[in-house]
Write a protein that binds this ligand. Sequence first.
Ligand code: FAD
Ligand code: DHB
Length: 394
Amino acid sequence: MSHVTSRTQVAIIGAGPAGLLLSHLLAARGIDSVVLETRSQEYVGARIRAGILEQSSVDLLTDVGLGDRLAREGDQHRGIYLQFPHERHHLDFMDLIGRSVYVYGQTEVQKDLVEARAAAGQQWVYEISDTALHDLDTDRPSVTYTDADGNPQRLEADAIAGCDGSFGPSRSAIPGGTTWERTYPYSWFGILADVAPSTDELIYAWHPNGFALHSMRSETVSRLYLQVEPGTDPDSWSDDRIWDELATRLGHGQDGWELNPGPITDKSVLPMRSYVHAPMSHGRLFLAGDAAHIVPPTGAKGLNLAIADVALLAPALAELVGKGDARLADAYSDTALRRVWRCTHFSWWMTTMLHHNGDPFDAQLQLSQLRWVTSSKAGATGLAENYAGMPFEI
Ligand code: FAD
Ligand code: DHB
């Protein structure tokens, strides 16, 4: 069967936050796009992932008309707690650097994006298969795929945005290049629970049994994580065991603080790894988000980095396909990678400071570093600048 051919200005592969936000930012500049996605819209919308937005992400979403529900339902946090045995310290980012973060789940960002793009009549095709990229070295690249009814399709474009996450085909369509990788020797066991958070702001806890994090999604939903061995089967832990271990690591009973358990509604184990692929572009293909880089979750950078990439990519593509000016597009990879490496370093630093690896020497270094970060204004300010997010130009 021959392909049915259609045409757009930018073909966007992947309808996660990077792909949908890019379509929104391009539309605001008068550029048409079509978004192609392997999964169903419901599946993409239901994936439980990130929960923290940096100030710059919130500012961008607000500036482009996606901030109404975020302003109503997002929860602004002044900072975080850092904890190690017998001590819990609050780092107040607002006092330190005048910037803050917001609790607003990726599921909610995704919902807002879908609603806005649907209202604008965005063209999107879900449940496709056999995605393949072609002619990237020409100014007429294309994507072929099979639609949900089994019909072969070809989408021609002026440029392709690879927003297809860490397992999509875009990254490997770039010939050569370099990938830097780090696999961490632990995983995170994440739970979602129908219980009010036991804390007003996130608690990142170092403990000899391993790292724990108390996060949240709303006044009635808590999100918590435990460092576990890679390959841990989430079903091998009973709910009681999970709550007991969280209570131990988060310091239940310490200075009268209590962890309130509740019904667990979701359990998953996430591997901890980092990679960066460079360059982030080749010919008329441009990568954004997890397609180009993954960071370990400590520090909550993955979603924010995807947003920062497309904030840079949208004007570059608009200049390229709208005006034939390639200067921003040519600079995109180098510019984006500066922020990618900053976030990769910060995520590595937080991960290394907070996870127990069984080495007693490393444990003493970690505790010393935690004491320094929580007692020195310089140490705390460095963490705050990175956690609340550098401005988009960096
Ligand atoms: P994605 O959200 O992965 O979207 C890519 C899309 O491309 C997907 O919908 C995929 O189905 C689609 N796709 C793939 N292949 C194809 C193809 N061949 N054709 C068409 N479409 C395709 N970050 C944090 O900051 N904090 C967290 O707690 C956190 N938890 C996470 C938990 C998990 C399980 C995962 C996987 C990630 C987590 N992250 C977290 C990272 C964060 O969610 C990602 O950085 C963010 O989703 C990146 O957005 P993206 O749009 O680049 O990629
Ligand atoms: C969450 C995830 C993170 O990786 C993090 O550092 C903070 C919060 C979360 O899912 O809420």
